[in-house]
Design a protein around this ligand. Structure first.
Ligand SMILES: [Zn+2]
Length: 236
């Protein structure tokens, strides 16, 4: 779900997506933080990975958080082992994870909407994505309470939100692979555009490239509206 379309930030209010996810060097899970907050929690900052943020906000990662054992800082929803609080930079959802294994998904198969208000192309797309990523999609949303045509493709039953973390508003890095798969399967899906992690890709204007090079979107203010808990896919 994203309830973004009614919220328009003006040029004077380009807010930083502080405390939201980013990808650090080596694909490591990071959090956008001021460099001072990062260093005071033992993290390392890299530039360019929090694109809508002011220059003192950078992607902060911490490779080791458990006093020499295998712990690493990551978003709790993505931890394949046990978690400990208080050892990582950023908000409480960044935790020290005991396992190096990525703990994406592990969800029961989501229910699919019937074809009707949710159009066949969207239902078909939802099934294709879930089949390609078993266990990774926790819930699916198609329609929304709005008139078609409206401010969103959800109003016309031609968009799907693939919720891929432990809950609404819970950040994850899991959606990147799903979003890139959607790009690579754009023809079969009849893709109009895909959004993940504050970046958008549209087959009519963008070349095939990694998500990190997709067009950055403005900061819409929270994890859900910045698409860090779900992949949004619009269909033709
Ligand atoms: Zn959506």
């Amino acid at each position: 779900m994203h309830f973004n379309t009614f919220i328009l930030f003006t040029a004077t209010a380009v807010m930083a997506a502080v405390n939201e996810p980013c990808i650090g060097s080596g694909g490591r899970a990071g959090v956008c933080l001021t460099t001072s907050a990062c260093s005071s929690s033992g993290g390392v900052s890299i530039s360019g990975a929090c694109p809508s943020d002011p220059s003192n906000v950078k992607c902060c990662t911490k490779a080791s958080c458990a006093n020499g054992s295998a712990g690493n800082c990551r978003w709790a929803s993505d931890c394949g082992g046990g978690t400990k609080a208080g050892l990582c930079p950023g908000p409480a959802q960044m935790k020290c994870c005991s396992s190096a294994v990525t703990g994406f998904g592990g969800y029961k198969a989501p229910a699919f909407p019937g074809v009707g208000a949710c159009k066949a192309v969207a239902v078909s797309g939802a099934k294709q994505v879930v089949k390609a990523f078993p266990g990774r999609v926790r819930q699916i949303y198609c329609t929304r309470d709005c008139a078609c045509p409206g401010t969103s493709d959800h109003c016309c039953g031609k968009a799907i939100d693939f919720m891929c973390s432990d809950g609404g508003g819970v950040p994850t890095l899991s959606g990147r692979q799903i979003a890139e798969w959607v790009m690579n399967n754009r023809a079969a899906l009849k893709l109009k555009y895909v959004i993940w992690g504050q970046r958008i890709w549209n087959p009519s204007s963008d070349g095939v490239k990694p998500w990190t090079s997709w067009r950055a979107m403005e900061d819409r203010g929270d994890i859900t509206q910045n698409h860090w808990d779900h992949v949004h896919v619009s269909f033709k």
